[in-house]
Design a protein around this ligand. Structure first.
Ligand code: NOJ
Length: 740
């Protein structure tokens, strides 16, 4: 396992000695002070905070981003407290700071780890300039329920994709060495199972059996730990009857003891005291005891630790060694960040906030994450040569705040370039543009402007409708039970469609929406998520073919809510469906008592497939996959082999394709998914150009947790696919054979 908390040159040993030397001088109260993360929300708290800092009763502060105030808080901690221990300054830098990158789900749609890393790097540097040295990101909860508002913050439904991109993001935040200027500590959250909350309702229970937890939900966390993440946050939810913040089996057992995590664990906001509300403990004292025993090192906002840990230790209910271990973990990160040497922020030493290079990164991230879901008759790209007039209609065409999405505490909407503005700039007077907002918000039910909208569409050569969800409809505690286009948007689509002109729908949203009721009415659908500050230029570049779309879905799109959870790597069941076993409710013979062919696993009113599959995304080019080859069709555990194919751009424009590798383990000690993503790569090709795309597959990549919860690679037969989505691909097979 690599640890990037400490630069080797400065020495892990050296840090260990400094931690011990400091710890030996600390009183019990000072130790417990380090375990307390205080909110700097308002001035009353600031007065209280200054006194608490002087008394050594605070280890970190969250939600202060004024560099002057942060430096003053650090000064008090360093100069006026007895031991002079600097502070962690935490903030939710989730997808950008001043410049806002696409929401994490949109970044996941880039399938581009390097770009995700660079986007996080920009955010880290901007945040560090404000004095922030710790972000509560990446969120690596695997999520298969688009009703959950926090799917926006996630990296999608797949453990492999979330692992690769989560590691890229944390590396972007932490850099190669936490101690360098502009690096900030990352926090992998929310440990664990939060993405599986019942019915996608935030904070609800997550009932995930341990085998599923290990094979799916814990995988990105293990990857983050192996990559040296500095901290991990527990989840608000419970797993199997025990809230994560008191879940000793998960936190101390799996995360710390089994995986050897050497950073620290922080609770979520007040989630220690919430143990009582959950019904696990009778009072705050018990909550503090249970969380500390479980291995939660720091309490975020809440005073259960500061109020009760001293007495719990003195009364013999908690071992002081457990407190010492928590303090060690926190101090190690503070030393790793170089805070003892450089407690203050110096914005002048960092790249300028909202600089050109950073804006270019934001634009590229938006561009590569936008997914072309549908493009009938190649209506896109639009051509400035052939088009004289264009109607731009909808509540999200010119909404500088909403295009930023959820969790943008510090984002500067003044920097946003909206799609309307970008289309204006790009067409530079060569088009007659007719703009109508038509709806005040995405939720509006007022259809008063729809006649005018239909009129504009009828007079124009083409129409672009900017629809979706405002930022406030996704994010923490912003869940929806109906995830179709809100308000009267479907009616707007129908009215504009009636004009009979080419209709392009661009959707800005924080989640997959159910689009079955509009999909056939749109000639093209471009799914832009909440694309951030530079979403407008990215969308315009794609609409007019300056660039070809290359985003791929990091999550399946259900046809209707009742299919949820629907995800590509489901299990086969004992009665798997097939196209000819599916019967639609409208086609059932009125006299039938039972379906003759349909005794398989599907819904009578929705079949079994999603509307758009995981990995799907069209391009203005077309790609031909051929000649799938395996360097060996038999491997023994510990070996690797190469899977490759030829990829040819058979279209007329240069474009990028995300090539995806999937496998299926046909027989397992526990049942295995029908497909699992094991590799992906972005490939850029000119028209007519061909390339070999290869992947090295190691038997470790095939390992899974068996019935005894141990990681295993089993001999047996596997299928392998390479293709452009989870539904397509060239297929072959190989075997893992026992050694000797
Ligand atoms: C609650 C959220 O669940 C968590 O993700 C966030 O980091 C904290 N609040 C701090 O704002």
């Amino acid at each position: 396992m690599s640890s990037i908390l400490v630069e080797p040159a400065r020495g892990i040993e050296g840090v260990g000695q400094r931690v011990e030397a400091l710890l030996s001088r600390m009183s019990l109260e000072e130790k417990i002070g380090q375990l307390s993360l205080a909110n700097a929300g308002d001035s009353y708290i600031h007065d209280y905070l200054a006194d608490a800092l002087r008394a050594g009763r605070v280890g970190g502060v969250l939600n202060e981003v004024n560099a002057g105030v942060v430096n003053e808080l650090q000064r008090i901690a360093v100069e006026e407290s007895r031991l002079g221990i600097p502070l962690l300054i935490g903030r939710d830098v989730i997808h950008g700071f001043r410049i806002v990158m696409p929401i994490p789900l949109g970044q996941a749609a880039t399938w581009d780890p390097d770009l995700v890393m660079r986007a996080a790097r920009v955010a880290a540097q901007e945040a560090a300039a404000a004095g922030v040295n710790w972000t509560f990101a990446p969120m690596i909860d695997v999520c298969r329920d688009p009703r959950w508002g926090r799917i926006a913050e996630s990296l999608g439904e797949d453990p492999f994709l979330a692992s690769v991109l989560g590691v890229a993001m944390l590396r972007g935040f932490q850099g190669p060495d936490l101690g360098r200027p502009g690096a900030i500590a990352a926090c992998a959250k929310h440990f664990a199972g939060y993405g599986a909350v019942e019915s996608g309702r935030d904070y609800a229970a997550a009932n995930v059996p341990e085998n599923e937890l290990r094979n799916v939900y814990l995988r990105p966390f293990r990857a983050a730990v192996e990559a040296g993440v500095a901290s991990v946050m527990t989840s608000f939810s419970e797993v199997d009857g025990v809230p994560a913040t008191a879940n000793e089996r998960l936190v101390r057992g799996i995360l710390k003891d089994e995986w050897g995590f050497d950073g620290f664990v922080v609770s979520d906001w007040d989630s220690v005291r919430q143990l009582h509300t959950h019904g696990l403990t009778a009072n705050d004292r018990e909550s503090a005891r249970e969380a500390a025993r479980a291995g939660v090192d720091m309490e975020m906002h809440g005073d259960a630790y500061i109020a009760h840990l001293p007495a719990l230790v003195r009364d013999g209910e908690l071992d002081e060694g457990l407190i010492d271990a928590a303090v060690r973990r926190i101090l190690r990160v503070k030393f790793g960040l170089g805070l003892f040497e450089h407690p203050f922020t110096d914005p002048a030493a960092l790249p300028s906030v909202a600089g050109e290079a950073s804006l270019a990164t934001a634009r590229r991230a938006a561009l590569r994450g936008i997914v072309l879901l549908r493009n009938e008759h190649r209506v896109l790209p639009l051509s400035l040569e052939n088009l004289r007039s264009l109607a731009v209609i909808g509540p999200l065409a010119d909404a500088p705040d909403d295009q930023l999405g959820t969790w943008v505490f510090d984002g500067d909407a003044g920097l946003s370039v909206t799609p309307l503005q970008a289309i204006r700039d790009l067409s530079a007077g060569r088009l007659e543009l007719r703009y109508l907002r038509a709806m005040e918000t995405s939720r509006s039910r007022d259809t008063g402007a729809f006649e005018e909208a239909a009129g504009l569409a009828a007079q124009s050569d083409a129409t672009i409708l900017f629809l979706g969800e405002e930022a406030i409809l996704s994010g923490e505690a912003h869940c929806r039970a109906d995830i179709s286009l809100p308000g009267a948007q479907a009616e707007l689509v129908a009215r504009v469609r009636h004009a009979g002109k080419p209709l392009i729908v661009v959707i800005l949203a924080g989640r997959p929406l159910t689009l079955a009721n509009i999909v056939d009415q749109a000639d093209a659908i471009l799914y832009a998520w909440h694309p951030g500050t530079m979403g407008g230029p990215a969308i315009a570049d794609l609409l007019f073919g300056i660039e070809s779309p290359s985003g791929k879905l990091p999550v399946s799109f259900p046809r209707m809510v009742g299919q949820i959870p629907i995800y590509y790597s489901h299990k086969n069941t004992g009665k798997p469906p097939s196209p000819d076993s599916v019967v639609h409710i409208d086609d059932i013979d009125p006299k039938a008592r039972q379906l003759s062919l349909g005794m398989t696993s599907f819904h009578l009113d929705a079949g079994y497939t999603p509307l758009f599959a995981f990995g799907h995304g069209l391009s203005y080019a077309s790609f031909e996959y051929s000649d799938l080859r395996l360097s060996s069709s038999e491997i023994t555990p510990g070996q690797s082999f190469i899977v490759s194919c030829d990829l040819r751009n058979t279209g007329e424009v240069r474009a990028e394709e995300v090539v995806q590798l999937y496998v299926r383990d046909l027989v397992g000690n526990v049942t295995r998914p029908v497909r699992e993503l094991k590799g992906f790569r972005r490939v850029a090709l000119d028209p007519g150009q061909q390339a070999v795309v290869d992947f090295r597959l190691h038997t470790d990549d095939l390992a899974f947790y068996g019935r005894d919860m141990r990681l295993m690679v089993e001999p047996g037969e596997f299928q392998v696919w390479i293709g452009g989505s989870s539904e397509t691909g060239l297929c072959s097979a190989f075997r893992v054979v026992p050694p000797g």
